[in-house]
Design a protein around this ligand. Sequence first.
Ligand code: FES
Length: 55
Amino acid sequence: MSVVCGCFEVTEETIREAVRNGATTVEAVGDKTQAGTGCGGCVGRIQEIIDEEAK
Ligand code: FES
């Protein structure tokens, strides 16, 4: 399983799960998983995952 957010070692699957459970913005994913709340370098990838899950 690939780590999307290296700052907090949050995996892609953890982020997808959060999105499926209602975290449909980068901010909401950050609240639930901490992903994106450190250096911010993974925010673009988090948005991509949100967009993919929205399809
Ligand atoms: S890699 Fe996600 S906040 Fe730094």
